[in-house]
Design a protein around this ligand. Structure first.
Ligand code: RB5
Length: 149
């Protein structure tokens, strides 16, 4: 499985822990920055990850900032991105099963590393259920079409 990951300074340490964890699990992880703890702007990194995922260069994306909110808002501006902010395992599998989320957002200042890694594993291990959920995903795409010219 190929994963794109990105963060700002607020998510830098958690991002490194996630990369180490996924690489140990044999996954291919591409780090789109930031690469230091120096203050930076989260939209740059969230946008890159979302674009790569929507282009299907990576199966899933993971974006991390202090709260997870800034990166999730940004990623969701890229048409085709469905970024879900999850700090619990129920949301992590539900958003894959129901929303077909393709990007996981988390906040380093909100969640501990142990739970975050469980959230990551749960998200990546769950499958979209399709059926009635497919229709709802299509309606999200209709909203995008209406507002993105
Ligand atoms: C950076 O201080 C912080 O604002 C950022 O990491 C994030 O939490 C924004 O949503």
């Amino acid at each position: 499985m190929k994963i794109a990951i990105g963060c700002d300074h607020g998510g830098f340490r958690l991002k490194n822990a996630v990369i180490e964890h996924l690489e140990k699990r044999g996954m291919e992880v591409k780090d789109f920055g930031t690469y230091t703890e120096e203050s930076c702007d989260y939209p740059e990194f969230a946008q890159k990850v979302a674009e790569e995922v929507v282009a299907k260069n990576y199966e899933f994306g993971i974006v991390i900032c202090g709260t997870g909110i800034g990166v999730s808002i940004t990623a969701n501006k890229v048409p085709g991105a469905r970024a879900a902010l999850c700090h619990d395992t129920f949301s992590a599998h539900a958003t894959r099963e129901h929303n077909n989320a393709n990007i996981l957002a988390m906040g380093e200042r909100v969640i501990g590393v142990g739970l975050a890694l469980e959230v990551v594993d749960t998200f990546l291990g769950a499958e979209f259920e399709g059926g009635r959920h497919e229709r709802r995903i299509d309606k999200i795409a209709e909203v995008e079409k209406k507002y993105y010219k």
